[in-house]
Design a protein around this ligand. Structure first.
Ligand code: LLP
Length: 442
């Protein structure tokens, strides 16, 4: 155990500690984590835990920062819906003129419910689009189909003929570029299931341009997610730029390059990452190879927009010690946030209330959920100030790939979500009840 002064880790401007009076009957002050202007203990009291809390200001700011970094090039940001698909968040982004990257008929439907007019800024990716999904997207009139195989190309042509529509297409090419990230979310290597090998793309483009209901108009690439070194993005783009030049020589009209998503965030820095710095380097890497190409750049950021703008708020149910090993058992579990269990992902975890006068010891503890699997943990051997039963913890950077990956494992109803803007707190998803889970069972 080491002595300490409060470690006020923040994700500004959305999640910061404010010094507040302890209450009417108790003297002294404490540091209380706020989301924007709202104290998180109040939010927890009102809406219960586990609870996803998002900062609207942060989402908007991050979108603007990302957008500004690409100001030198005609571009459209197509927010990757899979990162966080809550309707209120989609609606907020649509209002800012954001486009969307969808990977299923369900995601497309969400976008259309959020904003009917958003269809014209939708790109549709994914290796397994069904004919029903392709048909729905054709009817909606989306901007671009990112086609990932020859079979899909013909399926799309067939659907388009049936509907008497023209399908705007890009081939998603696999550039065979290695990007350092977790193997489950790296996508740009030959051995991965995604896209078509870049060497075979030209032949396929030639075939596509022969189909009357397909309109070749772009090239698309996505090399993976949570990538923090920007060099591989540049490498992939350089290969795509070469291909675009070849395709144009072949007589194709290429208006779009879709650079995919993938810019990572710093989960384990004490102050959060500096998006503006990271996205500037990213923009430089991505756009340098495109100079003189005269194209519209599409990008599909997910995590970089929403990741740090959300936390998972959870209460400590029990403290326990097994043979000297300490555990905090909390009321959130792997079914609420699976990233640590699935990828061994690191999330910063902080006490919502910290006491400035008695800088206490730090305890080394595991933070675990109630699910019956050893894999159900949020942190292992983490140093934390002592947190009592009933107190709150915030699991940071849970805005992306948090709620969207939640399940009902162990018949646990899924958490509620709230969106904070200044002093206002809006429920954007009601807490599920067990009866909701049983409804579809016969
Ligand atoms: N575009 C395509 C085609 C994608 O497959 C993805 C993510 C994105 C865009 C958005 O990538 P982002 O900007 O968010 O990195 N569940 C994992 C991440 C899976 C990413 C899947 N594809 C995690 O929690 O880390």
């Amino acid at each position: 155990m080491t002595s300490r002064s409060p470690n006020l880790i923040a994700r500004a401007p959305g999640f910061v500690y404010h010094k507040t009076k302890r209450g009417i009957f108790r003297r002294g002050e404490q540091f209380v984590l706020h989301c924007e202007d709202v104290a998180l203990p109040k939010v927890a009291e009102r809406y219960g835990t586990p609870l996803y809390v998002y900062s609207a200001t942060m989402i908007r700011d991050r979108y603007d920062t990302f957008d500004a970094a690409f100001r030198d090039l005609p571009h459209t940001l197509c927010y990757s819906v899979k990162a966080n698909s809550n309707l209120a968040i989609l609606r907020m982004l649509a209002k800012k003129g954001c486009g969307f990257d969808v990977v299923s008929g369900g995601e497309l439907e969400r976008v259309l419910v959020a904003d009917r007019k958003a269809a014209r800024n939708v790109v549709f990716s994914g290796v397994g689009k069904t004919r029903e999904e392709l048909t729905a997207a054709l009817k909606a009139g989306i901007m671009l189909f990112n086609v990932e195989s020859e079979s899909e190309l013909w399926a799309l042509a067939e659907c388009a003929v049936r509907l008497r529509k023209i399908a705007p297409i890009a081939l998603r090419v696999n550039p065979d570029v290695a990007a350092e990230t977790h193997p489950y979310i790296s996508t740009g290597l030959r051995k991965h299931k995604f896209g078509v090998p870049i060497r075979e793309a030209r032949a396929l483009y030639a075939q596509a341009s022969g189909a009357r209901n397909l309109k070749v108009c772009g090239v698309s690439v996505h090399i993976g997610s949570q990538i923090t070194d920007v060099a591989p993005f540049g490498e992939a783009m350089a290969r795509v730029a070469d291909l675009v030049r070849e395709l144009r020589r072949d007589g194709h009209r290429i208006d779009y390059i879709d650079g995919g998503g993938g810019l990572g965030i710093d989960y384990d820095t004490q102050n959060g990452e500096n998006l503006s710095l990271d996205v500037t380097a990213y923009a430089k890497a991505v756009t340098a190879p495109l100079r003189g190409l005269n194209i519209r750049l599409l990008l599909e950021p997910g995590r970089a927009i929403i990741g740090p703008a959300g936390i998972l708020l959870t209460s400590v149910v029990y403290r326990k010690t097994n043979d000297g090993k300490r555990f905090l058992v909390v009321d959130a579990a792997m079914n609420d946030l699976i990233r640590p269990a699935l990828y061994g992902a690191f999330h910063e975890i902080i006490p919502v209330v910290q006491n400035p006068e008695s800088p206490a010891r730090l305890e080394v503890t595991d933070i675990v959920g109630p699910v019956c699997e050893t894999g159900d943990f949020f942190a292992r051997d983490r140093e934390l100030p002592p947190v009592e039963e009933g107190e709150l913890l915030a699991i940071l950077d849970a805005g992306a790939y948090g709620m969207v990956l939640a399940s009902n494992y162990n018949t646990r109803p899924r958490a509620a979500e709230v969106l904070v803007s200044g002093k206002s707190v809006k429920v954007i998803r009601r807490r599920e009840k067990v009866s909701d889970l049983l409804r579809n069972e016969l």
